[in-house]
Design a protein around this ligand. Structure first.
Ligand SMILES: *Cc1c(COP(=O)(O)O)cnc(C)c1O
Length: 409
């Protein structure tokens, strides 16, 4: 009989958003007249901007003629897109990243999930708690987690760094030695951000201990405070320890169009199990060349338009969601809730009265017909909190807040 990868058996339950969706579907079936408002899964609602759409049309037309047709794209992305990204996200901010350290892909979820293939199976990872589930689950699949420990409320071999109201959502450094730390700022799900001074100890820890930092900045476009860093490479020392993941999903409405990128600096040098000195950049490049055949030309042209002529338009959409976030924050505060986030991130993190986040999920669904995400689904330290996203339409955001204010939750 064929033998399957037994590490998958360690995965705990269903993927969070699957469970959230399943409960919502069951409710909708039982209550066909309920008008549900979705503020749960982090999918966007605003269409692609006009500049992106016209670039995409032009690219489709090019694909229709033999002289301008494009087949396989370069593995690491077309130079026109890598250059646009490099200029906009790094050169314009004075950040030291070179164009050949940027790898264009079809999603930050895949990149962040695939990156652990470069780790030894014996690596110990640290994650924030609560956490975006992809970091944990892909390391479970990679055999690094051990079994789920119900007493610990997490996997035996994973180090959790709690980020809650008690520590102002600023995690402490790991107390036990770890080989890799996943950080996500602006944070999903808490909406928290870290200053340069708060990030520096993580960079220093990694350089000192030969660990790597996996920095997910999928939400950097939502930063409003000019003092906050957008990239981990704004922190001194990051080039020798950090990998950065970015996505156009929440920035430019590409959740369905699929484009993202990962930065792996040439200065990030480590050792493999045989003791050879290796550059992670070279391993990542090799992985991509072997397993990936590039992002669609049409998509990359569309992405470049978002970085170039469409930049103002995509920022308008980001501003639209941030106004939603402001409405959610102020309405919930006025209704007596304690809320966090939503100021430099499209997520509002609510302290649940009573402390049971799945009970709050059911109650909000039943009384207000609003779908959010229970904090407990993001980890043990997420219990007692609830996530709402700013990605709904303005109209639905306002309607949802009126339902809550109307005393229905
Ligand atoms: C949405 C999101 C991403 C983006 O994933 P894509 O695959 O690019 O759509 C990455 N990281 C976090 C934390 C996210 O919430």
């Amino acid at each position: 009989m064929f033998t399957a990868n037994g590490d998958y058996a360690n995965l705990k339950g269903n993927y969070l958003f699957y469970e959230v969706g399943k409960r919502a579907r069951a409710y909708a079936e039982a209550h066909p007249d309920a008008e549900l408002i979705r503020m749960g899964i982090g999918d966007v609602t605003q269409p692609l901007v006009p500049a992106v759409i016209s670039a995409m049309h032009r690219a489709v037309d090019e694909m229709s003629r033999a002289e301008t047709f494009h087949g396989y794209a370069p593995d690491f992305g077309y130079e026109f897109l890598r250059e646009a990204i490099h200029k906009r996200d790094y050169v314009s901010r004075g950040i030291d990243v070179s164009q050949d350290e940027i790898f264009v892909s079809d999603g930050a979820k895949c990149d962040v999930g695939n990156f652990q293939e470069l780790f030894s199976r014996s690596c110990r990872i640290a994650v924030l708690d609560p956490v975006y589930p992809v970091y944990v689950d892909t390391n479970v699949m990679g055999g690094r987690s051990g079994a789920f420990d119900p007493v610990k409320g997490g996997y035996a071999n994973i180090t959790y760094l709690p980020a809650t109201a008690e520590n102002d959502f600023v995690p402490e450094l790991p107390k036990e030695p770890v080989d890799a730390i996943y950080l996500c700022y602006p944070n999903n799900p808490t909406g928290a951000t870290l200053t340069r001074g708060q990030l520096k100890p993580f960079v220093d820890y990694c350089n000192k201990n030969g660990a790597i930092l996996l920095y997910d900045s999928a939400y950097e476009a939502y930063i409003r405070d000019p003092e906050l860093p957008h990239s981990i490479y704004e922190i001194e020392g990051a080039r020798t320890c950090a990998v950065e993941f970015r996505s156009m999903s929440k920035t430019a409405g590409f959740t369905g169009t699929r484009c993202a990128y990962t930065v792996v600096p040439k200065d990030l040098v480590c050792r493999d199990e045989a003791g050879n000195t290796v550059r992670l950049r070279d391993l990542w490049a090799r992985r991509i060349s072997t397993k990936f055949n590039g992002v669609a030309y049409v998509t990359q042209v569309a992405a470049a338009a978002a970085y170039n002529e469409g930049y103002g338009e995509i920022m308008n959409t980001v501003n639209y969601y941030m106004e939603n976030a402001r409405i959610i924050r102020t309405s919930l505060e006025a209704a007596g809730y304690t809320v966090y986030g939503g100021q430099n991130a499209p997520y509002v993190w609510i302290k649940v009265p009573g402390g049971d986040s799945w009970a709050f999920y059911d109650e909000l669904l039943d009384r207000c017909h609003i779908i959010g995400t229970p904090g407990a689904g993001f980890g043990k330290a997420g219990e007692g909190y609830f996530r709402m996203t700013a990605f709904a339409t303005r109209e639905n955001t306002i309607r949802a807040m009126e339902r809550i204010k109307g005393g229905k939750a």
